[in-house]
Design a protein around this ligand. Structure first.
Ligand SMILES: [Fe+2]
Length: 168
């Protein structure tokens, strides 16, 4: 049976794959945005944050586990690309992506809360500040998305009513 440190190590690997998946979802999205510059700007910012989050996870993984599975990461990151492609057929792509991004950020928040508990419970207390840094960025991104769901939806409605192809 895995002990707490094993569970923590697996959780770190999963978080690493999760962040690569986040990049593979956000990068194609941001390239397609035309009418929502503040969304593009915030996503660009979060892409930069996510790259730093992956570096923090790399540091933590090096402390507990030298032998990481890059293959698993790749498979998950391909699944992420598929998820991003999934909404490109939707006439309200920008709106559906805002739902998916909000859901994904909340998944990440839960993952980091779980990892903070596992780090504390397996004698890795020095890892907590790095995990908390990632968690704080996910909380801020989720809050931003939460605030923008309604104005974004209404801008999509207004542009569409004016005859604009406002999906991106
Ligand atoms: Fe995130």
């Amino acid at each position: 049976m895995p002990n707490t440190k094993d569970i923590y190590t697996t959780g770190l690997r999963n978080a690493h794959a999760m962040e690569n998946q986040a990049l593979s979802i956000l990068r194609p999205q941001v390239k397609r945005i035309e009418h929502y510059p503040e969304v593009a700007e915030r996503i660009e910012q979060h892409i930069g944050e996510t790259e730093k989050q992956i570096e923090r996870l790399d540091q933590l993984l090096e402390r507990v586990d030298g032998d990481r599975s890059a293959l698993k990461d790749t498979a998950l990151s391909m699944a992420g690309s598929m998820a991003a492609i999934g909404h490109t057929m939707a006439p309200d792509e920008i709106v559906k992506n805002s739902f998916a991004n909000f859901a994904f950020e909340n998944y990440e928040i839960a993952a980091y809360k779980s990892l903070v508990a596992l780090a504390e419970g397996s004698g890795q207390a020095d890892a907590v500040s790095l995990l908390q840094a990632n968690l704080d960025e996910e909380l801020a991104m989720a809050e931003w998305l939460d605030k923008h769901i309604q104005p974004l939806t209404m801008r999509y409605a207004s542009l569409s009513s004016g005859g604009v192809d406002a999906k991106n």
